[in-house]
Design a protein around this ligand. Structure first.
Ligand code: ZN
Length: 171
């Protein structure tokens, strides 16, 4: 066995230099839960008004209807509605599609068709219009295991390992 042939041996993440353009160089998975917690603390203490944080645009609300993913988490502001997650895609390869919302199923397809897409996940409440950036991550062929498809693609893990794609059904 030649270990240099191992597919995982090469570095999966591109350097920031190869991604010029308006968006700052992005590779790593970024979690915004800390910022979210700090903002909510300010809201609960009254330092920040709810009208400042419950300002989802009509586009975001409608994106949640067409492309959103339901969650079981309740809105931290009104505590009545469940939150929706909306995935926005960015990247030079996308051209006109950049900045659009996509469902998780569509993201899985995009991951195979493009090398590098930046996905921004925004949570939104349709009741009170609370919204906040949740997460940012890279998707595409440059990323060996797209995090967004991890839970949606059933892997044929038990049984004999099959060459090629895993989890695809036989016709
Ligand atoms: Zn709400």
């Amino acid at each position: 066995m030649d270990i240099t042939d191992k597919p995982g041996a090469e570095k999966p993440l591109p350097s920031g230099a190869k991604y010029p353009g308006g968006v700052q160089s992005i590779s790593a998975d970024v979690d915004y839960s800390l910022q979210r917690r700090m903002l909510l603390r300010d809201v609960y203490s009254g330092r920040v008004g709810t009208h400042e944080v419950c300002d989802a645009s009509p586009y975001l609300i409608s994106a949640s209807r067409y492309h959103g993913e339901a969650t079981t988490r309740r809105c931290p502001i009104c505590r009545r509605e469940h939150l929706w997650l909306v995935h926005y895609i960015f990247g030079e390869e996308l051209r006109a599609s950049a900045g659009q919302a996509r469902s998780r199923a569509e993201l899985a397809k995009l991951a195979k068709g493009y090398r590098h897409i930046d996905v921004y996940v925004v949570e939104v409440c349709r009741g009170c219009s609370w919204n906040h950036l949740v997460r940012r991550f890279g998707l595409g062929r440059d990323y060996p295991t797209p995090p967004v498809t991890a839970g949606t693609t059933p892997l044929a893990s038990h049984g004999t390992p099959r060459p090629g794609r895993t989890g695809t059904k036989q016709p």
